[in-house]
Design a protein around this ligand. Structure first.
Ligand SMILES: NC(=O)c1ccc[n+]([C@@H]2O[C@H](COP(=O)([O-])OP(=O)(O)OC[C@H]3O[C@@H](n4cnc5c(N)ncnc54)[C@H](OP(=O)(O)O)[C@@H]3O)[C@@H](O)[C@H]2O)c1
Length: 324
């Protein structure tokens, strides 16, 4: 037996129940992992609250983690007992031990700690696909990123800087704005105090941005469209303030032949080869120091509810991990 945080029904953070769950041996193609660190992500709160439909009940949330392989089933290639590994999957990581398809695992290079791995498999790969595939950023592009001091945000600023783009961030307090500035952003706007659309217009001298990466949703999407240059790209990749309502395709024409998309990481790493290539790019940038990853909040796994309260209450910056 091992322990997990189990949800019996959607609810607030208190719905996460720390309880014993049955263990089993890995079947063909599977590995058993003893977790050492588990990342906290907004998607965990979307599932917990029921905003995202549950594929099964009861549910275990958690979308990125690192650990050690304890056992492998038949027909497993590429990982062996004792390997340090990490992965990202939509669900299932808030537990001490788990069985997982071995082809989702990435073996960790020596220079990457388990805690760092548990914060970059989802957040870092997200930045990787957003800036290389969803909207391939090139030197000289101007990008606006909301929640720039968040887990994804701090990695994104550094990555944009490394690509030679001008990065404009928004953040919800002077302290968060300062933190974002130290992580690659050329300009940071306190969007709880200032009108970010007006400031972006000033910064870009009326032209607007090439791309907006918007993970805040309800509170920012309309302003985001107004921050774009003609034929600019609106990349909506999250909804930390709530879902977008009232959007219509006609707005893209009115905004100047804009494009819009709503990408998700898991559609960019379905193929093993693509997962490996994106992870290799991420780890190379971390090893080169072009992008620094750090853990800014730690919680015991059993206290993940506190991590959710902090994340949903805008009280965190950068990445948080849960320690089993
Ligand atoms: N589509 C994908 O593939 C994908 C993958 C990973 C993450 N995401 C999305 O990216 C976003 C960032 O994820 P994360 O885990 O790194 O979280 P995060 O950015 O560390 O935390 C969310 C931040 O959003 C901001 N925010 C603005 N309005 C908010 C509100 N009403 N309630 C709560 N927060 C609010 C807060 O920053 P301020 O205080 O600075 O406003 C808060 O710290 C999430 O929307 C997530 O769903 C999407």
């Amino acid at each position: 037996m091992s322990k997990a945080l189990v949800l019996g029904a959607p609810g607030g953070p208190e719905a996460l129940r720390w309880q014993e769950v049955a263990d089993r041996a890995p079947a063909a193609g599977e590995a058993a992992i003893r977790h050492t660190a588990i990342g906290v992500n907004f998607i965990d709160t979307y599932y917990r609250s029921g905003l995202y439909a549950w594929p099964e009940t009861p549910l275990i949330v958690g979308a990125e983690a690192a650990g050690v392989v304890e056992a492998v089933g038949p027909e497993v290639e590429g990982v062996a007992v004792g390997d340090r590994v990490a992965y990202t999957t939509p669900l299932g990581a808030y537990r001490e031990r788990r069985i997982i398809a071995a082809d989702r695992l990435i073996r960790l290079p020596d220079g990457i700690s388990d805690e760092i791995a548990a914060t970059v498999m989802l957040k870092g790969l997200t930045v990787q696909y957003l800036v290389t595939s969803t909207f391939p950023v090139k030197a000289g592009d101007v990008a606006l990123v909301h929640a720039a001091a968040g887990g994804v945000g701090l990695l994104m600023g550094q990555w944009l800087k490394a690509l030679g783009a001008t990065a404009i961030g928004t953040a919800g307090s002077p302290e968060k704005a300062e933190l974002a500035r130290a992580h690659g952003y050329d300009h940071v706007i306190d969007y709880r105090r200032d009108d970010f659309v007006a400031v972006v217009r000033d910064i870009t001298q009326g032209r607007g941005c090439d791309v907006v990466y918007d993970s805040v949703g309800r509170d920012t999407w309309a302003g985001s469209l107004r921050c774009l240059r003609k034929r600019g790209a609106f990349v909506s990749f999250g909804q930390s303030s709530g879902p977008i309502e009232g959007f219509s395709l006609a707005m893209l024409a009115q905004g100047g032949s804009l494009s819009a998309c709503r990408p998700m990481l898991f559609h960019y790493i379905e193929e093993r080869a693509e997962l490996e290539a994106r992870a290799a790019d991420l780890f190379a940038r971390l090893a080169a120091g072009a992008v620094r990853a750090e853990v800014r909040q730690r919680f015991a796994l059993a206290n993940a509810a506190d991590a959710h309260r902090a994340l949903e209450g805008r009280a965190t910056s950068g990445a948080s991990v849960l320690i089993p």
